[in-house]
Design a protein around this ligand. Structure first.
Ligand SMILES: Nc1ncnc2c1ncn2[C@@H]1O[C@H](COP(=O)(O)OP(=O)(O)OP(=O)(O)O)[C@@H](O)[C@H]1O
Ligand SMILES: [Mg+2]
Length: 257
């Protein structure tokens, strides 16, 4: 049994106006690959952002422990330095910041990744080529004018450079063509193999999972985690959709009311 890396207990969270997540219990072990699935608007991205400490959301009760430490009240920069990584469903464009300077800065912020300028450039080239990313783009402004697929590859470059303990990938596969999908999937595989990192993959596209050994699959409906199972659950959802989980959520909500 691997060590617990992330342990969420009784988490209720949302915006000031709207409760979104209800009584979430979720445990991820070191080196495991978990998948989070659920219909649109279920709260999957919100859970990723709450784990990352996005100030747009408040935790009304419950705890989030990471690597044996309670991080429920910690700022997102501290969580990031501790080894939590979130790749955004819709990465932001930052004019005026060249991509290579941004990547150099985030690596320099982590003392455990100490690299000389030359080592960094070598590693960056290696990662760009691993992801079939045109290295002439490295001097462009961060994500500005990048296609959807290119933005997702930038997220994967950050993952492979930073080697976080926990990577939450929020629909990193969406908008990718078949070739890019296989590149990103190889990136996830490389992260697992090189870093023994823990993955929480939020996706609607089960094809991205084909190269990975999925340990657990979780299903979220209307802010509740209503089911958990092994990788066979991914196949079941692919074939049959979320119908039976929506029924389970309706029963759960009925009991709570
Ligand atoms: N900052 C916010 N302000 C108001 N409502 C929000 C905010 N963030 C999320 N919500 C609402 O919370 C619900 C869950 O949204 P979330 O983005 O987490 O869903 P999701 O499961 O990621 O869906 P999708 O599969 O479409 O990406 C939605 O109804 C959404 O409109
Ligand atoms: Mg989402």
């Amino acid at each position: 049994m691997p060590d617990e890396l992330l342990a969420i207990h009784g988490l209720n969270a949302g915006t000031e106006e709207k409760p979104i997540l209800h009584d979430i219990d979720l445990t991820l072990g070191t080196g495991e690959t978990h998948v989070l699935m659920g219909p649109n608007g279920a709260g999957k991205s919100t859970l990723g952002r709450v784990i990352m400490g996005d100030p747009a959301y408040q935790v009304s009760s419950g705890t989030i422990a990471f690597d044996g430490r309670d991080i429920t009240q910690e700022s997102s920069d501290k969580r990031s330095l501790a080894g939590v990584f979130l790749s955004y469903q819709a990465p932001v464009e930052i004019p005026g910041v060249p991509l290579n300077s941004f990547l150099r800065t985030i690596v320099q912020k982590r003392p455990e990744l100490k690299m000389t300028g030359r080592e960094f450039r070598r590693r960056l080239k290696e990662v760009a080529s691993q992801l079939d990313f045109d290295s002439s783009y490295l001097s462009r402004e961060l994500n500005v004018g990048f296609s959807g697929g290119e933005k997702k590859k930038v997220e994967m470059m950050q993952l492979l450079l930073l080697k976080p303990k926990l990577a939450i990938l929020d629909e990193t596969d969406s908008g990718l063509d078949v070739d890019a999908l296989s590149v990103v999937s190889r990136g996830m595989e490389a992260y697992r193999a090189e870093c023994d990192g823990t993955l929480l993959i939020i996706t609607h596209n089960t094809r991205i999972l084909e190269r990975l050994d999925v340990d657990r699959c979780h299903v979220m409906v209307k802010g509740h985690l209503v089911a958990e199972g092994d990788s066979s659950l991914v196949g079941e959802i692919d074939r049959e959709g979320f119908g039976r989980f929506e029924t389970a959520e309706a029963e759960l909500a009925g009991e709570e009311a």
